[in-house]
Design a protein around this ligand. Structure first.
Ligand code: HEC
Length: 108
């Protein structure tokens, strides 16, 4: 998890935290190479002390969405209601421009 929240460039200018699971960590740190299936990344979006959104990305097996790097996406509101899930085109359109395997990562 990020030490301090930072202002997102892509997620509605919210203050955000990033979380990565153990399968994603090495690639997230190296910022190169493809993520392995089961790698998962999450972003939480905050207004002040209030959680507003949760965004998820999980690498699926080869063939899930071959043209778009086999990522599964989801967006949840603060109550846990799923607002988007799957091969979400809005997410893909923007994340397709990321430096490494659809993941932007943290700026140093
Ligand atoms: C307008 C562009 C844009 C859209 C649309 C977008 N993102 Fe992002 N996303 C970003 C940027 C830029 C970052 C890098 C950190 C930041 O500035 O927040 C990011 C970071 C993330 C991260 C942390 C991993 C990483 O790539 O650094 C997750 C998880 C994520 N987004 C999920 C989603 C999901 C799920 C959707 C669709 C519901 C989505 N995003 C839509 C631009 C976008």
């Amino acid at each position: 998890m990020t030490d301090a929240p930072f202002k997102s460039k892509g997620h509605g200018n919210m203050m955000v935290h990033d979380w990565v699971n153990s399968r994603a960590l090495a690639t997230f740190r190296a910022k190169k190479g493809s993520y392995v299936p089961g790698a998962a990344l999450a972003k939480t979006g905050w207004k002040g002390d209030t959680l507003k959104k949760v965004w998820l990305m999980e690498k699926r097996g080869s063939g899930y969405d071959k043209e778009n790097g086999d990522w599964w996406y989801a967006q949840l509101n603060a109550a846990g209601k799923v607002e988007k899930a799957g091969k979400a085109s809005g997410c893909i359109d923007c994340h397709g421009g990321a430096d490494n395997d659809y993941v932007f990562g943290l700026k140093k």
